[in-house]
Design a protein around this ligand. Structure first.
Ligand code: V47
Length: 335
């Protein structure tokens, strides 16, 4: 598929797109994981205009606090940790090494999904290390997967306005390519519903599809609905349900080489997520158990969802819930 073909999809009839996308999810499963999000700091030198997370009072969790929070979640059944923060110049590689190593010592089977490509670029530069060397060190300490954040829109003209001091589009894709070459899988996100056009979304999707053709290192794609509250774009309205469904459906079609298309309930909303499951999304992320980035920008969803509520949401959509691990292997099907 080329950019034009992807862009054209955005102008197609929504119901037809939904049917096409839904059919691409071969079995009727919608997956989820028992996971825990931990945001280790919000102190950030990049201060992106689209982000509200750095605006609250600054904090930095100690390695012990992160580890304690992780172990508590593991006791509650979490098998996947999602650890991300911001660009805090006080932190060095040893901070992450200590956290990953100590978590793995206590819970060797838990999967550590941590640090976006933007964070990897920032902290490796701060250390004066190459991205490869930095990732290699973190992999040895226990890092398993890179989450998909920080991608925003992989088009420089837009990026300059929404995230001017952060990793470039090329830089983001480069970190992912290196991670994949080192055997570290990753996800990819796209922040939509702000100042970008359909064409920009199409370029973003095309670039991800191309990299996936080369490396096959991506697991899931997560379209993130932009929340304008407390950001420099607070004059914008949240994008519509129609736009969410269209974007999910186009993503499923354009990224047919990705295992998962996540409807991330925290950012989409619960009702919207349920509908998205019939428009090409085949995953709802997980229990999450506490998240700060979307909620600082006005998300009204709960801070966590119990397994029971997740099963209910998936079944209401007419789908079969299946618990997965972080690599998208099915662990249990709830018939
Ligand atoms: O990187 C920032 C985005 C991301 C806002 O990989 C905003 O499994 C909406 O990446 N409104 C963090 N979004 C979330 C994320 C994620 C979530 C779930 C699963 C995975 C995964 C990754 O949130 C940031 C940024 O792109 N963001 N500000 C905002 N105002």
């Amino acid at each position: 598929m080329n950019v034009k073909e992807i862009e054209d999809l955005f102008y197609q009839n929504l119901n037809e797109l939904g049917t096409m996308a839904n059919e691409l999810n071969k079995n009727n499963y919608v997956t989820f994981s028992i996971n825990k999000h931990i945001n280790y700091t919000n102190v950030c030198v990049s201060r992106c205009p689209i982000c509200a997370y750095h605006r609250a009072e600054g904090y930095l969790l100690s390695p012990e606090q992160v580890i304690e929070s992780a172990l508590k979640a593991i006791e509650l059944g979490a098998n996947e940790l999602h650890i991300v923060g911001s660009h805090n110049p006080e932190i060095g590689i040893e901070y992450f090494e200590e956290i990953f190593r100590k978590i793995k010592e206590r819970a060797k089977n838990v999967v550590i999904k941590a640090l976006t490509a933007a964070e990897i670029e920032f902290y490796s530069k701060r250390e004066g290390m190459s991205v490869r060397e930095f990732l290699d060190r973190l992999k040895s300490a226990g890092l398993d997967i890179l989450p998909g954040g920080g991608a925003e829109i992989l088009v420089e003209r837009i990026r300059k306005r929404i995230a001017p001091s952060k990793v470039t589009s090329h830089g983001w894709l480069r970190v992912m390519k290196i991670a994949h070459e080192l055997g570290i899988k990753s996800n990819a996100t796209m922040l939509f519903g702000h100042i970008e056009s359909y064409r920009d979304r199409a370029i973003h999707l095309y670039r991800l599809r191309r990299l996936q053709e080369k490396t096959n290192g991506f697991l899931a794609f997560i379209p993130l609905r932009f929340h304008p509250e407390n950001t420099e774009f607070s004059n914008l309205k949240k994008t519509s349900l129609r736009d969410i469904l269209k974007t999910i459906a186009v993503s499923r079609i354009a990224l047919s080489n990705f295992k998962g298309i996540k409807a991330y309930w925290v950012m989409l909303g619960i009702k919207e997520t349920e509908i998205a499951l019939n428009y090409g999304a085949n995953d709802v992320d997980g229990t999450v158990m506490g998240e700060k980035i979307a909620h600082s920008a006005g998300a009204e969803t709960p801070l966590e969802m119990g397994k029971g509520r997740i099963l209910e949401m998936i079944r209401r959509a007419g789908k079969v819930p299946a618990r997965r691990d972080a690599f998208f292997n099915i662990l249990e099907v709830y018939k």
